[in-house]
Unconditional design. Structure first.
Lengths: 167, 250
């Protein structure tokens, strides 16, 4: 029996994989595109400040931004948690899209209420339209720098039966 | 030729009243869209709605409050500007229920954005409510400018009415010698085109941003200090009007 997580399109990550550590809209950071959950990875935070504002330009984004892409399928229900590696950095996380990654792109979900050093977690509405979404790790508080973070994408999804056979 | 681009008065919707049980009552619309292009609400318990109590003989006003999140926003959005190289806008802002404590207590009240970023910035004009550190309520005005360093040029002033409505107007010209004039006055004060309250010098011009393409009205993007003293507190807005050429005034 073979199962796939229906909320995340199963696409080989090696196909069209962007530069590993660019962490920009044009070249989202590894392991982008994220096609399956659950997944845990570390954000190295080597990017520049690509976002001066975010959420269609309505929210300030002062810190360095790190961008990752997610391929989201038709049925989805997932959460993203980002935990900074130091206790002083107050980051904010945004899920923007679909199929657009810019300051003018709407925010699908965002989180910035945990305070310095604490994990931020966002929980988009279930069953977002399928497409490519972008996780932007940034800050609304600090004008400089970001810190490496632990990123966790947790899926709570119905699984689809793709094939079944009895041998 | 002066062209009136649009008028979006929250009060217009509230002019329709009805009488129930012998008492005249104002009925404010359940939805802010239309006349606005969209709402932009997010971040904790942020909320925006049309409520009674409009200013200057109008019935309804926009009520905006923010939840405890740095990305909180409770705004309405106007998509009708189209790369406007001359942009005038006026609105009423009442901070009576906001605390002015804390020097870094700040939140957006108005944004005029370009269609695409230039020098990494999208916001051509940004107005922020803020505290002085001594409790005085202020307005911080930031304009995008190609000054070669920060790309922003700033001005600030104390709100003339600390516990009631203020009338705020801007006149932005976009180009190699861009200008930003502003009028910030008590509600009833008469204003003239030739006598602004102040100007923000746009060093290096603002031609790179092309023009105003979108505007937001309402609280947004609060600092940590704002959230400490103003989470859940209401700010009120009314009588938004934007035009290309003609002075709006009072």
């Amino acid at each position: 029996m073979k199962k796939i997580i229906s909320g995340l399109v199963a696409v080989a990550a090696v196909i069209g994989a962007p530069a590993a550590f660019a962490q920009t809209c044009a070249a989202p950071g590894a392991p982008s595109p994220i096609t399956a959950a659950p997944i845990n990875f570390n954000s190295a935070c080597t990017a520049a400040d690509e976002f001066g504002s975010i959420c269609s330009g309505s929210v300030i984004a002062t810190g360095t931004s790190a961008v990752y892409s997610l391929q989201v399928g038709a049925a989805n229900n997932f959460t993203i948690t980002v935990t900074p590696s130091t206790g002083t950095y107050d980051h904010a996380i945004f899920l923007i899209g679909p199929n657009s990654c810019a300051q003018t792109t709407p925010c699908v979900a965002d989180a910035d209420n945990a305070g310095p050093g604490a994990a931020e977690s966002l929980d988009p509405a279930d069953n977002l339209p399928a497409g490519t979404y972008y996780l932007v790790i940034d800050s609304t508080a600090g004008p400089t720098g970001c810190v490496p973070s632990a990123v966790s994408v947790t899926a709570n999804l119905p699984v689809s039966l793709q094939d079944f056979s009895v041998e | 030729m002066n062209t009136k681009m649009k008028t979006l008065s929250m009060a217009v919707l509230g002019l329709v009243g009805f009488t129930a049980a012998g008492a005249a009552m104002a009925q404010c619309p359940a939805s802010l869209v239309p006349p606005w292009s969209a709402t932009n609400i997010g971040g904790g318990t942020s909320a925006a709605s049309s409520v009674t109590g409009g200013y200057d003989s109008t019935a309804c006003r926009l009520q905006s409050s923010l939840g405890n999140s740095g990305s909180a926003r409770a705004q309405v959005r106007d998509d009708t500007p189209a790369n406007e190289t001359r942009y005038r806008a006026q609105f009423i802002f009442d901070p009576a229920s906001l605390s002015g404590a804390g020097g870094t207590n700040q939140a957006y009240v108005f944004l005029a954005n370009s269609a695409a970023p230039f020098n990494g910035l999208l916001q051509m004009v940004r107005m922020q409510y803020g505290g002085s550190g001594g409790g005085t309520k202020r307005l911080f005005i930031t304009a995008a400018c190609n000054n070669g360093t920060t790309n922003i040029c700033t001005g600030q002033l104390d709100l003339p009415t600390q516990a009631g409505p203020n009338r705020i107007e801007i006149d932005l010209t976009v180009g190699p010698s861009g200008t930003l004039r502003y009028w910030v006055t008590p509600l009833a004060t008469a204003t003239t085109d030739g006598s602004p309250t102040g100007t923000v010098t746009i060093t290096g011009g603002n031609a790179g941003w092309v023009g105003v393409d979108q505007a937001y009205l309402g609280l947004g993007s609060p600092t940590s200090a704002f959230r400490t003293v103003n989470t859940g507190n209401n700010a009120y807005f009314d009588q938004f009007d934007s035009r290309r050429q003609t002075f709006i005034g009072n």
